[in-house]
Ligand binder design. Structure first.
Ligand SMILES: Cc1ncc(COP(=O)(O)O)c(C=O)c1O
Length: 457
């Protein structure tokens, strides 16, 4: 943590800066605004996914190349959003373009296996120590399949999930993702709150919620549901409420507790997989779960997901006890992009590059935070990282709720107005790519330092 001394930001200063930045933001994006207005006539909220509708208005993108994207108004950005953590290869990487072009000329879809599925599965096995794999098309499908496999293997229905972890948009896990404070229940015994209308109460009841980094609460949940729990699913480092790191030894203990009760441990590595280390959180925290769900960065920009697991667990598919399928699973274009991503692009040099960029970010941001005595801190994990707008470490959702979200919104506007696009939302963090340079990340640091200075004026 960077600062030893921090001072409060004067009341009203953030709101005043936001007002000016919003005006500047809107005035430079009239075409995006027009397209958004048109889109709202045919798409609810004017966007294809509700995550893309963010204040003050969505940015319609024209194209991307390398570490940069250009919007329809001609604004150029260093891309720190990287498609919600997908584009660690950067945009239009020549090797991806060549692999996809070569495959599309030979056909884009057969729904029959292609040879590349073997190379991709072998490489995932090497990185994540899971012997068997199946492919999907998204993180949602990967966690959905992991849950079904766990239920099929154990013959049990109940799931335990962490409060404020997001695992995609299927019913079983859209529970207590960001529950409103008036419904979330006590800190050591959170309520199960559906994220959306349309989720049957019977499904909500099957998902028990516990706080992150709290083994006592986990033990209590198991005690209350003895012999009922199929699996505990965790994001090993939470990445949808900023970044929340596991306490030392926590993940190991979760595995031990789950196994003691006959349940499986599922890691949702949709965000951490291949971004925070070659073998994701499994490698970085040295804990191998029973099942792992992957997506995002493994596909090099194509819609790819994967679920991997122990031999005996994945045998439920072999034995036709659990159905795992999908028309587009192992699609040839996706597999071609995934193969080149995993075997040719994300090599040891790529991870050394991420670490060097992370060091520049950490050093530069710590310096600005210290200089302006701001109550913030920075977390970097190879290609992933972010600023937490709180002096003390966040250990769980209840800590996260104490953060004033207007700082992250202000930061998003400052960066956007000065040529860095961030993923929208207070909870988001950055993703770097192999095509980012030191100058690219310095732009983020300089923008942050400007905001820090202005907050003190
Ligand atoms: C940890 C985690 N799991 C699962 C998902 C769902 O992935 P997708 O949007 O590809 O369905 C996400 C999406 O952001 C995620 O962050």
């Amino acid at each position: 943590m960077a600062t030893t001394t921090t001072r409060e930001i004067p009341a009203g200063r953030v709101a005043e800066l936001i007002k000016g930045e919003e005006e500047r933001f809107r005035s430079a994006r009239p075409i995006s605004h027009r397209l958004w207005t048109e889109a709202r006539q045919v798409l609810p909220r004017g966007v294809p996914s509700s995550f893309q509708d963010a204040a003050p208005q969505p940015i319609f993108v024209d194209h991307g190349k390398g570490s940069r994207v250009w919007d329809v108004d001609g604004n150029e950005y260093v891309d720190f959003h990287n498609g919600f953590g997908v584009m660690v290869v950067g945009h239009a990487h020549p090797k991806i373009v060549a692999a996809v072009r070569s495959q599309i000329e030979r056909g884009s879809h057969f729904a029959q296996p292609v040879e590349d599925v073997i190379a991709v599965a072998r490489e995932l096995k090497r990185r994540f120590h899971q012997p068997k794999w199946r492919f999907t098309n998204s993180g949602t499908e990967s966690t959905l399949d992991a849950v079904r496999i766990a239920r099929g293997f154990t013959g049990r229905d109940r799931l335990i999930k962490i409060e404020a972890s997001y695992h995609g948009h299927h019913d079983a896990l859209m529970i207590s993702v960001e529950p409103p404070p008036d419904r979330m229940g006590p800190a050591d015994h959170p309520a199960s709150v559906p994220q959306s209308e349309g989720i049957p109460a019977a499904i909500v009841e099957l998902t028990t919620v516990v706080p992150f980094n709290d083994l006592a609460a986990l033990e209590k949940a198991f005690a209350a549901h003895n012999d009922e729990v199929a699996a505990v699913i965790v994001e090993p480092a939470m990445m949808n409420v900023g970044i929340v790191l596991p306490d030392a030894g926590y993940l190991d203990k979760v595995k031990e507790v789950a196994h003691r009760h006959g349940a499986l441990l599922i890691f949702d590595e949709v965000k951490t997989g291949v971004t925070i280390a070659p073998g994701g959180a499994t490698e970085r925290f040295n804990v191998t779960p029973d099942l792992v769900a992957l997506a995002k960065a493994i596909g090099g920009g194509l819609p790819c997901g994967a679920v991997g697991g122990r031999d005996d667990v994945m045998a439920v598919i072999e034995e036709k006890k659990v159905a795992q399928m999908g028309t587009f699973n192992g699609n040839p274009l996706t597999m071609a992009a995934s193969k080149v991503t995993l075997l040719d692009i994300l090599d040891p040099n790529a991870y050394a590059h991420f670490d060097a960029l992370a060091e520049t970010l950490q050093g530069g941001l710590d310096e600005a935070i210290g200089r302006y005595e701001l109550p913030f801190h920075v977390i970097t994990l190879a290609a992933r990282g972010g600023v937490t707008y709180r002096a003390r470490r966040v250990r769980n959702y209840r800590d996260y709720l104490e953060i004033d979200k207007s700082f992250s919104y202000l930061s998003w506007l400052y960066q956007g107005n000065r040529g860095v696009i961030m993923a929208p939302g207070a909870e988001e963090n950055w993703t770097l790519s192999v095509q980012h340079s030191t100058d690219d990340v310095q732009r983020y640091v300089d923008n942050f330092a400007e905001m820090a200075r202005d907050l003190r004026q």
